[in-house]
Design a protein around this ligand. Sequence first.
Ligand code: ATP
Length: 984
Amino acid sequence: MLFLKRIEAFGFKSFAEPTTLNFEYEMTGVVGPNGSGKSNINDAIRWCLGEQSSKSLRSDNMEDIVFSGSANRSSLNMAEVTLTFNNSDRKFSSLDVNEIEITRRYFRISKESEFFINKNRVRLKDVQDIALETGLTKSSLAIISQGTVNKFVESKPDERRELFDEAAGIAKYKKRKLESIRKLARTQENLDRLNDIMNEIERKLPSLKNQSEKAKIYKEKFEKLKNIEIAILVKDIEIYQQKLVSLNQQKLELKNNIIDLSRVTQAEEEEFNQISKQNYKSEREIIKLNDEFTSIIEKIGNLKVQKLALENQQKSISTGNDEFKADQLLSENKKLKLNLDSENQKLSKLTLDNDQLNQELLKTNQELDSKNESLGQINRGIAKLESSLETIRQKQASNEDLFDGVKSVLNNKNNLPGVYGTVQDLISVEKIHEQAIGSLIQASLQNIIIDSGESAKEIIRFLKVNKAGYATFLPIDTIKPNFIADDQKFIIQKANGFVGFASDLVKIDAKFKKAIDYILGTSIVVSNFDCAREMAKLVNYRLHISTLDGERILPNGAIVGGSRRIKITSLNNASMIKEVEEKLFTLNEEQKTTNELIKVLKTSSDKLREEISQKLSYIGASRKNIEIINQDIEDAKREYRIITGKDIENQNSVMSTLEEEILEITQEIIDADNLKEEMQQKLNVSRSLKDKSLERQNSLNESANEKRKLLAALKEKEFESKRDAALISEKLNSASNRLVQNYGITFDTASENIQVEITNEEDTRREVMDLSNEIKNLGHVNLDAIDSFEEENDRYEFYLKETNDVQTSIKNLEEAILNMDNQMVIQFKKVISEVNLALPETFATLFGGGTAKLIYTDPEDLLNSGIDIKINPPGKKINNINLLSGGEKSMVALSVLFSILKVRPIPMVILDEVEAPLDQANVERFAKYLKSFTANTQFIVVTHRTGTMENCEVLFGATMEAKGITKIVQIKLVEAKNLISNQE
Ligand SMILES: Nc1ncnc2c1ncn2[C@@H]1O[C@H](COP(=O)(O)OP(=O)(O)OP(=O)(O)O)[C@@H](O)[C@H]1O
């Protein structure tokens, strides 16, 4: 039956022109001279059906199958072959159509093939599968060349077996078995790998389980501790907040009280000073009044004395004289003169003393005034210093000028490791160097000096977690100080205007010196800008130079300058506070001393006044005595004149004069008494006013002392409140930070989510301790172990299932292989026994007698056994195939091949000059025998032998009319014979 209906080739090997071979008969002969392209037809069929080996297509590589050009024809870039098969009896069982057209196309440049079945693009595998289905593959019987025949005879029994496998249809089983074995090996590898993994997991699992259980206990306790501690912290924070509010309130009240009290104290001090001045004036007035009063008393005394004398004179004029009395008066007169001298001396001394005392009093009062003035100044100075101290302290406490990050670090200094403080807090600088150092260090003032890089790591983590800003840290353990080489220093020191190396001009604790060297190690201070330029040149513009005014020349020559003052406070906060405190101390001491001095001066002033008034009374008395003595002397004189009679004739006129005088004096005494009374009243008023002033002054002094004490007490209280507030604030911060750091929540979140109610605080705090200890006793806990254990356990379960699946599939594969082996043995055995039934007849026909038989080389192992051929050619005693001639060997092979075809017919066979070694008689026998198969098989026979040609139903002649290009035409037998005659 006709199977292959058509071959169309274009560009394949020597088919440079589109060539079509239509097959209409079961046995077609192809003839032509050597190299005309006959075998290229076989190649075209095999290539079209998916052949991948270029060698089996007789080429070095796949590009060689494309027409490569001839003398008159250039090469082509594409090869295409189409085979058209009859499928009316469904030999291609998978395709339900009557005609199958298979096309392969190949492109030289891209080296890619395209496959089509009935014009639909398919894969190589699709074509190979249907080729296998029909038996049209390379190892099948479909294409038999002379090489196939030789190989069959000459190959070893094991290799020969392949042909029978093919015939038995077990090649596909073998292929499948091979795939199964490979799959089995891969599956076994998978199983080994799975076992390794399982072993590894099993090794880890118990320890992970323990760790996981420990971690779970830890987590449970930690969670409990966390809830309790959060509740405690929230409670503490609330208490601290309340305390802070009340402390702030208290601080505010104290501050207001201090301000009020200071104001009152100041007002009182001013009043005190005013009164002091007033008192001084009153004092002088009283002294003046006193003097006037004393002189009036004196005057009255004198007038009275005069009056008495006049009255005595009156009396004596009227009494008798005697001699004894005259002598007595003489001696009395002498005695009175002596008394008068002594009294005058006494009076002049008293007057002198009084003058001295008055001068002393004046001096003391002036001194007192001046001291009161100084005391006022001292008090104002104290108030001013206290207020500026407060301002500096507040500023320092608030850190208002600091960057956020620096502020956060300083506010949490006690909770963070290794923080010493900012550069600006730790340094101090002489005033003269302030601008220079300030301009050099400005950018680093807020750098924070810390103990180590490790601490920096922790602080930075804190800033990040709390989103609290940035800061620059100078870790003492790792920071590398900058420095100027000694020989260079030596030259710099000698330069004009050199003031110092900046790092030497900063005072700082020795342990932080490295940090200052790091900032200022390469900086120099010079006196002015001209010197700075000279210095910059000298150091080749490599170092920082600053003038005392703060202008700078930077390394590489940039210049910074203009009008700017660095704030003293930013450099010398600590020293400022110290300085103000020292000044305050000095002023307080001065205040104390001045107060004491004022007290002493007041006492001595009072004492002097007392002494003066005493002296004045003595002076008055002395003057009175002198008057009396003078009067006595006058009396004595007068009496004497009376006794001696020397003034007797003037007696009456004397008497009347005396009376008039007495009257006048009496009137004067009355006037003086009135004036005295008036003076007395004035003095009393002045004294009482002064006393009241002194009383007020004393009360003011007492009040000032009291207020000062009160003020000191209030300030002490204010200081305590601030200290307490700072303490509470620190505790508050610490508690808040603890919430954030330990539990990652803010106070607000924590207070909204309190899980534990604290009924007994003592018990709760004890529980915290217990839980902390229990957690501590757990030792190292690996929290990841919980997840790790679960993961590993899941993995274990997963791999256990995988292992079971793999084991099942191994078992299935092994069973499948066993089944295939059984099937193969059955089919192989069947085909061999069937061929052995056909072989004697085929052999006898081709050899003209004799017999042959296929035998197993290993009957015990039919799966692997090779196939040997036992032969008995007619009339020869040879059973070894190798002893036969070339033609005989071909005959043996052909008789086996024909036997196979008999028991396993295939739709098409191409025979390529297989009968070449046979003699004429055998060729004819072969050709005739071949024809007997055409009922089931279509033959395409490439041949040079006329015997074969004569038995073909149609002949195609292959020629190369144009050199190198195959042309195929249908020819008659005669033409065929002519075509090959030259060769034969
Ligand atoms: N890619 C190609 N392009 C052009 N011609 C080619 C190509 N490959 C092979 N040929 C030509 O095909 C010819 C070989 O054809 P083939 O083997 O079919 O000849 P033949 O008729 O079977 O010969 P013989 O009777 O000697 O076996 C050679 O002449 C060779 O030059």
